[in-house]
Design a protein around this ligand. Structure first.
Ligand SMILES: Nc1nc2c(ncn2[C@@H]2O[C@H](COP(=O)(O)OP(=O)(O)OP(=O)(O)O)[C@@H](O)[C@H]2O)c(=O)[nH]1
Ligand SMILES: [Zn+2]
Length: 375
């Protein structure tokens, strides 16, 4: 299993009051520190403002979820209509409204962003996290540097609806970085920051992405320096307590999957093993946004179903021939498009299967009811 970004060595609590309680409270309200923004506030009715309290989902377990709000941390049991639909049920980072007195969850607020992935080995989409503001796409200035991988991450981030920044680590191991900057030059509106992740001063330009109230996630392969970067940003080693102990058929076990952690004097960090293996689900829009230059060109091709290979009047081919478009980039775009198409098809089929099954159950129930009525 992949290593967590958060070390388990020292105790480090989840929630708004973890780490530096006094500082968080004096700097701003606990809700704002937890990522409460006007986008969520605007969703509340007058009635909800009086009767309910918003709480952020900090961790999801099989039978309960950990939430954090104005009054601190509490636990909500996973049952009731809110948790029935796999796509709609709360995931880490979501905001829930709880009835002030009964502590009953009333509804989940609309999400500002959502990370989903194709569940490995399954024909389903799995929710990874919601309401992530910023994503650092981390790669190092060495053999790990791979434009196609960065483009894949970018498509996911665009689909999720988050702000992205590429962080190139291990800049201290090289004296010349021009080739990396040059390679990323063509990416519209994508900030690129070179750092020595071991040096606190060097990671300062990234501070804005993890200030109080912001929720951050990191994407990158193993060994590129994600944990090192986080520790330099936090000014200390981020550590976590073991998660809630839950009983299940296999006995008691500790799970720390998918959780938000507070960065001391900063915002929240998503730590999720799911972020390590992100199969592209039906993310056609994210892909088009990450490759907006090619998608725009493709609309000018003579044939609507142009494969951009040998067709006459192909605008993409023409741009490649004129060396205005990188061939590798086009190849990667097509490869990702094929993956998204395949997965979208699989998802559509499995949704159709589910619908057919539920119709079958429905009509069987109807038959049995009408038989009983006749008797
Ligand atoms: N010189 C130098 N070494 C670095 C830098 N960033 C990370 N390292 C080293 O690279 C190694 C891997 O760093 P980690 O922070 O564990 O990498 P990671 O991305 O968290 O890896 P996983 O947990 O496997 O996903 C460690 O030995 C770090 O000290 C850097 O900017 N400069
Ligand atoms: Zn074409």
């Amino acid at each position: 299993m992949s290593k967590s970004l958060i070390s388990r060595r020292r105790a480090f609590r989840r929630g708004a009051f973890a780490g530096s309680h006094e500082k968080v409270v004096s700097a701003e309200t606990p809700l704002r520190a937890l990522g409460w923004k006007p986008f969520f506030q605007q969703q509340l009715s007058l009635e909800e403002l009086t009767d309910c309290e918003p709480l952020r989902v900090m961790a999801v377990h099989r039978s309960q979820i950990e939430v954090s709000g104005e009054r601190g941390d509490e636990v909500v049991l996973v049952n009731g209509p809110l948790f029935e639909d796999a796509q709609e049920k709360p995931t880490v980072g979501d905001w829930l409204l709880l009835e002030r007195d009964s502590r009953r969850p009333v509804r989940r607020l609309e999400r500002s962003s959502l990370f989903r992935r194709m569940a490995p080995g399954a024909k389903q989409v799995q929710l990874i996290a919601a309401n992530i503001d910023n994503v650092l796409i981390v790669t190092s200035c060495n053999d790990d540097f791979n434009l196609s991988r960065i483009e894949r991450y970018l498509a996911l981030v665009k689909e999720a609806g988050c702000r992205a920044c590429v962080v190139l680590t291990k800049s201290d191991l090289l004296s010349e970085h021009d080739q990396y900057r040059e390679a990323l030059k063509g990416y519209r509106d994508l900030p690129v920051v070179l750092v020595n992740a071991l040096d606190r001063a060097s990671v300062e330009p990234l501070r804005d992405y993890c200030r109080s109230g912001e929720t951050l996630a990191l994407l990158g392969s193993s060994g590129v320096g994600k944990s090192t970067l986080l520790n330099s940003l936090a000014g200390s080693e981020l550590a976590a307590t073991a998660g809630i102990r839950e009983d299940d058929s296999k006995g008691r076990h500790t799970t720390r999957h998918r959780a938000l952690y507070t960065i001391p004097d900063g915002g929240l960090l998503l730590d999720s093993p799911g972020m390590r293996e992100l199969g592209l689900a039906d993310i056609g829009d994210g892909l088009a946004a990450a490759f907006s230059d090619i998608s725009e060109l493709a609309t000018q091709c003579r044939f609507a179903d142009c494969a951009h290979q040998t067709e006459p009047g192909c605008a993409v081919r023409a741009a490649m021939d004129a060396e205005e478009l990188d061939e590798r980039r086009v190849r990667n775009w097509r490869k990702l498009e094929r993956e998204v198409k395949r997965n979208s098809q699989t998802l559509a089929e499995s949704r159709a299967d589910e619908r057919a099954f539920s119709q079958l159950v429905h009509s069987a129930l109807k038959d049995s009811r009408s038989r009983k009525n006749r008797i």
